[in-house]
Design a protein around this ligand. Sequence first.
Ligand code: F6P
Length: 340
Amino acid sequence: MKIGVLTGGGDCPGLNPVIRAVVRTSLREGYHAIGIRNGWKGLVDNETQPLDLTAVSGILHRGGTILGTSRTNPYKEPVKLEALKANFKKLGLDALIAIGGEDTLGVASKLSKEGFKIVGVPKTIDNDLSGTDFTFGFDTAVNIAMEAIDRLHTTAESHRRIMVVEVMGRHAGWIALHSGIAGGADLILIPEIPIKMSDVVAVIKKRAERGKNFSIIVVAEGAKFDGSEVLLEQKLDDFGHVRLGGIGDLLAAKIEQGTGFETRVAVLGHIQRGGTASAFDRMLATRFGVKAVELIKIGQFGQMVALRGNEIVSVAIEKAVGALKLVDPQAYELAKTFFG
Ligand code: F6P
């Protein structure tokens, strides 16, 4: 049995632990794993790399992906799609494990429907994939953001300033919500709930009234101001995504205007995605990798491994990529208890 493995989309902590688990489980079963370079691009260009015991030794704690990644969408160009399909056959792949988020798994879902034997593994710091309670990478990103919020607290307090912390998450507020609650933010703004500037000002003033002359505001990059997302550039990627960014600066200016408090912005950016994975993410990634090979062993293709409660289960890839998993308003209600 020859199993191809690829990592697509934005990188995230935990990718290497999945690759390691896939290779170790393949060896246990007497299968042969082969790495596809740079996501779907590697199948289009027929770029592979060996994945034996030596290749995966010492990678558990390493961030990024030893296979490289890209945001290539083969369905955008028929020539690329044909090349991909031809290479899948030429490489003699009995199955493919696609590790990625909504875009990479969206391609996996389409290919599955065309008869290609694929198993998906859900990855993204954004935690916005349906069908799984958590994606790996999210816990690490939340911990990084929480640590940053802790650090920003002391400088905000010393200078009696407002600190706006802009975190990633694209159209979902998961990173903002979890890091904000864990870090004790005074206000959390997420894409799912429209920003009301009067509420933001009221929270800061209310704190000032009780002698708290500083505040920490966590804002998700996709939070909407006057109903619109703030963009870094208009250009779309292969999957039609815009580049989000800038809400922090916009908000800071409005806060200074509305409260008179000196305000600073910290944009955490790709720091949230870089470096080593947390223990939780290493465990989740490892369990996902083992399960992916086990699904192949029993011929369960077109499935994605997933976490439900404490169990690793499988769901149809199609279901997982159907709609984004957004923050439920009830979860936001809990956060509100700690605002102000
Ligand atoms: O999907 C992961 C993510 O980090 C988002 O949170 C963010 O909006 C986007 O990727 C950034 O993409 P890029 O790496 O292309 O700048």
